[in-house]
Design a protein around this ligand. Structure first.
Ligand code: ADP
Ligand code: MG
Length: 363
C-alpha cells in the first residue's frame, strides 16, 4: 500500500474516544466527580503504530500492564499481513491467485474470517459482498492509481463478483473461487475481526480497562478508568469535517463502535466524487442520502460488516434492517448529506447530539 494514502487516511479518523473528558452523563453515573480505582491509571499506557493503512492506537489503563501492548500490536501486524490484498503473499492473495484453479487451505483465523464474510454476503444478498474485489481492484479508490473504468471493463468485472461462487470446505479449511478472475476483498470486515482479536489478546494479558482504536473501528474493554459504574464517552465523527470534530457522543462499556463514511476515500473527477463502497448490481460506488453510518455492537466484526452493508442498503432499508434483523444490543447512527441524524431505538435516549454541531435529529 502506498504511504501517501496512509498519511491521508490518518487525518480522517472517524470516531474518537473522548475518554475522561466531557459531560460525564453516563447512564449509571450520578456523582459529579469520581476517583480512579487503585488498580487503574488516569493516564493510560498508550502506543500508536501505522498499520492496516491507518493509525492504530492501543490504550491500557490497568496499572502495571504496559507489557500487554507489544503482543497486541504483534497480533494486528500478523493478521494484517495475512489478510491484505494490496501486498503480495498474503493468504487472501493465495486464494485469489488460485481462482478457477484449485481450493487453497488457509489458517483458522483466515478461514473463520472468510466464512463470516460469506455469511454476511448471503444474508445481505450482496449489499455486503466479499467477492467485490474484481470491481474494487478496477477502480482502486484510495490509491494513487485510482481511475474511472469504462463501461466494458465494469461489465466484464461484474461477471466476476458472484459471492455464491466462493466455496468453503469446513473440514479441509479450504477456500475456492470457482472462476478465474474472481477476487475476494475483505477490506469491509477485516479491521473488525482484528479489533476483536486484539481485545482478546489484551484481556488475556490481564487488561480490564482499555481502548482499541483501529481508525474507524473503536472497541472499549471494560468500563472507563474512572470507576466500575463509569462508561466510556465515545465521540461520533462529523462526516463533513476532517480530524476529530465530533457531532455527539454515546456512553458504552464493553462495546465496539464502527464508522464508515464516503468522505473517507474518494476519487474526484470532473466535480464528481467516487467513493469506496460499491454497488454489487452496477459496479459503481453506492449513491444515496448517507454521508456516514456508525454501528454499535458487541463484536467489531459484526459492526464492520454491518456498516458497509447498511451503507449499501441506504437509510430507510438500513434502519429497518437494524431494528428487525439484528439482535438487541446492535444499534446504528445514520448521518445524511443534509445533516440529519437518525438513531435506532436502542440509542434514542443515549445519543447526545452536540447542540453546536450544526446537525439535527431527524423527526
Ligand atoms: P474502511 O474502514 O476502510 O473505510 P469499510 O468498512 O467502509 O472500510 O469498507 C470499505 C471497503 O470494503 C472498500 O475499501 C472495499 O475494499 C470493500 N468494499 C467496497 N464495497 C463493498 C461491498 N459492497 N461489500 C463488501 N466490501 C466492499
Ligand atoms: Mg465495514
Amino acid at each position: 500500500m502506498n504511504k501517501k494514502r496512509f498519511h491521508w487516511l490518518g487525518l480522517f479518523l472517524l470516531v474518537l474516544v473522548l475518554g475522561a473528558c466531557g459531560t460525564g452523563k453516563s447512564k449509571t453515573n450520578t456523582s459529579e466527580s469520581t476517583q480512579t480505582p487503585a488498580n487503574l491509571r488516569d493516564k493510560p499506557y498508550r502506543e500508536e503504530q501505522f498499520l492496516l493503512g491507518t493509525y492504530t492506537r492501543l490504550s491500557v489503563y490497568d496499572e502495571g500492564k504496559e507489557a500487554a501492548l507489544a503482543p497486541a500490536f504483534a497480533r494486528i501486524k500478523d493478521l494484517g499481513d495475512r489478510i491484505t490484498i494490496n501486498e503480495p503473499g498474503s493468504e487472501i492473495d493465495q486464494i485469489n491467485e488460485k481462482a478457477g484453479i484449485e481450493p487453497v487451505q488457509v489458517s483458522p483465523d483466515i478461514y473463520s474470517l472468510v466464512k463470516t464474510a460469506k455469511e454476511y454476503s448471503v444474508k445481505s444478498e450482496g449489499a455486503f459482498n466479499l467477492a467485490i474485489g474484481a470491481i474494487t481492484q478496477l477502480w482502486r479508490i484510495g490509491f494513487d492509481d485510482a481511475r474511472k473504468p469504462n463501461q466494458a471493463e465494469i461489465d466484464q468485472a461484474l461477471t466476476k463478483i458472484d459471492y455464491n461462487k466462493v466455496q468453503l470446505d469446513d473440514e479441509k479449511q479450504t477456500v475456492f473461487l470457482e472462476e478465474e478472475g474472481m477476487i475476494i476483498d475483505l477490506g469491509a470486515i477485516a479491521k473488525g475481526y482484528i479489533a476483536d482479536e486484539v481485545a482478546k489478546v489484551l484481556r488475556q494479558e490481564g487488561v480490564t480497562s482499555g481502548i482499541v482504536d483501529l481508525g474507524g473501528n473503536i472497541l472499549v474493554i471494560g468500563h472507563s478508568y474512572r470507576g466500575a459504574d463509569q462508561e466510556w464517552n465515545i465521540g461520533i465523527q462529523d462526516p463533513n469535517t476532517a480530524r476529530g470534530t465530533t457531532i455527539g457522543t454515546i456512553q458504552e462499556a464493553d462495546k465496539t463502535v464502527v464508522t464508515s463514511g464516503i468522505y473517507e476515500r474518494f476519487l474526484e473527477l470532473d466535480g464528481q466524487k467516487y467513493h469506496h463502497i460499491f454497488d454489487t448490481a452496477t459496479g459503481y460506488p453506492v449513491e444515496n442520502e448517507l454521508a456516514s453510518v456508525s454501528v454499535v455492537t458487541d463484536h467489531s466484526i459484526d459492526g464492520d460488516a454491518l456498516t458497509t452493508m447498511l451503507f449499501a442498503k441506504g437509510l430507510e432499508e438500513g434502519i429497518r434492517f437494524v431494528e428487525e434483523q439484528t439482535p438487541e444490543g446492535t444499534d446504528a447512527i445514520f448521518i445524511t448529506h443534509e445533516g440529519q441524524v437518525y438513531v435506532t431505538s436502542g440509542l434514542q435516549e443515549e445519543f447526545k447530539l452536540d447542540s453546536e454541531s450544526g446537525y439535527q435529529m431527524a423527526k
